[in-house]
Design a protein around this ligand. Structure first.
Ligand code: NAP
Length: 253
């Protein structure tokens, strides 16, 4: 095996790539980690890692890339809400008989006394939220569209990097930056005087949820898209590395 292809867009994807990159630097016989990003961020490649950007042109293109790289394993660590890639990765890996792992962090679960309002989709949440709400939308710029249709709510919309893009909603403003710790999320929500938080159930750090609970904000939690059952799965970076090491032990690396 010459390479491990990691389909990225998450912190977990980057962490797996970083660890395999370090291994590659100290063991030249270790496979080359190739981190694939759609290209939305300007982040540089971690040491020892080859970065590629842009779509593959569908499952056939991805299958061809797996073969071109000589990838003996594919880790699909795209976001829990990625709409297309998990299905396309399955189709492509099956076509070229490459081992595939879906790495997906566990969803958040409400703690006792956390009365989240569950919504099946962003459009569902947008329809449920009452007029006059002052919202913090932690749904990415791509999640704003369903909130465009009504002008009776104010929305702060977080994006990771600054952009010249006009604010896409009738009332509100951009917030540029990544989610922070509890102190910074508390300061942000208080300054913005929001009454509600709309968030995809991405899992991971809970700072904004804990702050929302403390401040008494209404939390509108978007449920994850359904995925077909089956396939190899990991919930953590460590589990993904165990899977890779098992392939190595079988002689694939
Ligand atoms: P998507 O619907 O699964 O992907 C749309 C298309 O983008 C795919 O069919 C593929 O094009 C290309 N693509 C996606 N991830 C790629 C990758 N890692 N490497 C190369 N091509 C990739 O995904 P999305 O929901 O639009 O999200 C786009 C990216 O942002 C994903 O990588 C995802 O992990 C990340 N992300 C998404 C969210 C979210 O809430 N959806 C949040 C944070 C990060 P081809 O078919 O041409 O190969």
């Amino acid at each position: 095996m010459r390479a491990v292809l990691i389909l990225g867009g998450t912190a977990e994807a980057r962490r797996v790539a970083e660890i395999l990159g370090q291994r590659r630097l100290t063991q030249p016989s270790a496979p080359e980690p190739v981190l694939s990003l759609l290209g939305l961020t300007a982040a540089a490649a971690p040491p020892g890692v080859t970065l590629r950007r842009g779509g593959f042109g569908g499952p056939a293109g991805l299958a061809a890339e797996i073969q071109r790289l000589g990838a003996g394993a594919v880790i699909d660590a795209t976001h829990p809400f990625a709409a297309q890639m998990p299905r396309r990765a399955r189709e492509a890996a099956a076509a070229v008989d490459a081992p595939l792992l879906r790495l997906e962090r566990p969803a958040w679960r409400p703690r006792l006394g956390e009365p989240w309002i569950s919504a099946a989709s962003l459009a569902h949440a947008a329809a449920l939220i009452p007029p006059g709400a002052r919202l913090f939308l932690a749904v990415g710029p791509g999640g704003a569209a369903p909130f465009r249709v009504r002008a009776d709510r104010w929305c702060a919309l977080r994006r990771a990097e600054a952009s010249d893009a006009p604010f896409p909603l009738p009332h509100g403003r951009w917030v540029v930056g990544s989610p922070g710790d509890q102190a910074s999320e508390r300061a942000l929500f208080s300054t913005l005087r929001v009454s509600g938080l709309v968030v995809k159930n991405s899992g991971g750090d809970r700072a904004k949820l804990d702050v929302a609970q403390d401040l008494g904000l209404t939390v509108w939690m978007i449920q994850r898209p359904a995925r077909p059952p089956g396939g190899e799965r990991a919930a953590t970076v460590e589990e993904a590395l165990v899977w890779l090491d098992a392939l190595r032990a079988q002689g694939q690396f």
